[in-house]
Design a protein around this ligand. Structure first.
Ligand code: CP
Ligand code: NVA
Length: 309
């Protein structure tokens, strides 16, 4: 098997990303028919190492691996302590001898790069400070279910230029839709990721915009996405960020500007009444649990793709 890592949206081509999403859709349809077991992994073991807390990602990877005929080895981070008890490259070269893949959630994206460099097995990004590509796959599957696989929609991310916004921007440049990021001055997405998205958009026709104007963004959005203002690892900035991001809250007042039929998205966990009000997240426009549902199916698509090569 040829090693393929998935640390970034950019690790698969546009066609391959579409294939993963189609596979995810296929797995979802099968799941709905009660058929959720398929022997793709053939008893392979995939190790999970999460440096940060998780509900959705850890649960859905474990379920996906089980349903695809593999075994999920959940390694407690407190015990392994990558980079502290021993260097990341040593953890990588040990695991490489025993398991057939690593799914890891890390503070520093560099840790994933190191894991990938020192292994011969696929390494999957379960969230880093830079990207959350598996979330973006599930979100794109969700949007496709609603838009009937059309690319003529606008996805707007309101808030911090964080990991989730980066993967959504990159995947939008692949799909060819319009993507608007709106947030406070100084918290814009990573410049290299933005430049890469612009470069890809020249081929796909995507439109990528960055603005500080929330009203402009909301007025133009079919899908309004938000995420916490302080990500895991930024807890010490939380209070300061609450002040800086205040005007970027998704609430019923700001949604008066939204076009008819808009949808509300959030990767979860949400900080209710900070980046989004309880009323909005509980409203009928909210599709947050469909997104969470699709984490399982999109990741099954990803694993099936990576292990079929
Ligand atoms: N959306 C997401 O990644 O959720 P968890 O942090 O619970 O995995
Ligand atoms: N941006 C958030 C996403 C959590 C799923 C974080 O990194 O904490």
């Amino acid at each position: 098997m040829q090693k393929r890592d998935y640390l970034s949206i950019l690790d698969l081509s546009i066609e391959e990303t579409r294939e993963v999403i189609n596979l995810g859709f296929h797995y979802k349809m099968e799941f709905k028919k009660g058929k959720f077991l398929e022997n793709v992994l053939n008893n392979r073991t995939i190790a999970l190492i999460f440096e940060k807390p998780s509900l959705r990602t850890i649960a859905t990877f474990q379920i996906a691996i089980t349903q695809l005929g593999g075994y999920a080895l959940n390694l407690e981070h407190q015990s392994v302590r990558m980079g502290q008890r021993e260097p990341v490259k040593d953890v990588a070269r040990n695991l490489d001898k025993w398991v057939n893949g690593i799914v890891s959630r890390v503070y520093s994206h560099q840790t994933l790069i190191e894991l990938a460099k020192y292994t011969t097995i696929p390494v999957i990004n379960a969230l880093s400070d830079l990207e959350h590509p598996c979330q973006a796959l599930a979100d794109t599957l969700t949007i496709f279910e609603i838009t009937n696989f059309s690319k003529d929609f606008t996805l707007t991310f309101i808030g911090d230029g964080n990991n989730v916004s980066h993967s959504l921007m990159l995947i939008s440049s692949y799909i060819g839709n319009r993507f608007i990021w709106a947030g406070p001055n100084g918290y814009e997405p990573n410049r290299e990721i933005y430049n890469k998205s612009i470069e890809i958009s020249k081929k796909t026709g995507a439109k990528i915009e960055i603005t500080n104007d929330i009203v402009y963004a909301i007025k133009n959005s079919d899908f309004i996405y938000t995420d916490v203002w302080a990500s895991m690892g930024q807890e010490s900035e939380a209070e300061e960020r609450k002040r800086i991001f205040r005007e970027y809250q998704i609430n019923s007042e700001i949604l008066k500007y939204a076009p008819k039929g808009y949808k509300i998205m959030h990767c979860l966990p949400a900080h209710r009444d900070e980046e989004i009000t309880d009323e909005v997240i509980e409203s009928e426009n909210s599709i947050v649990f469909q997104q969470a549902e699709n984490r399982l199916h999109a990741q099954k698509g990803l694993i099936a793709f990576l292990y079929s090569k």
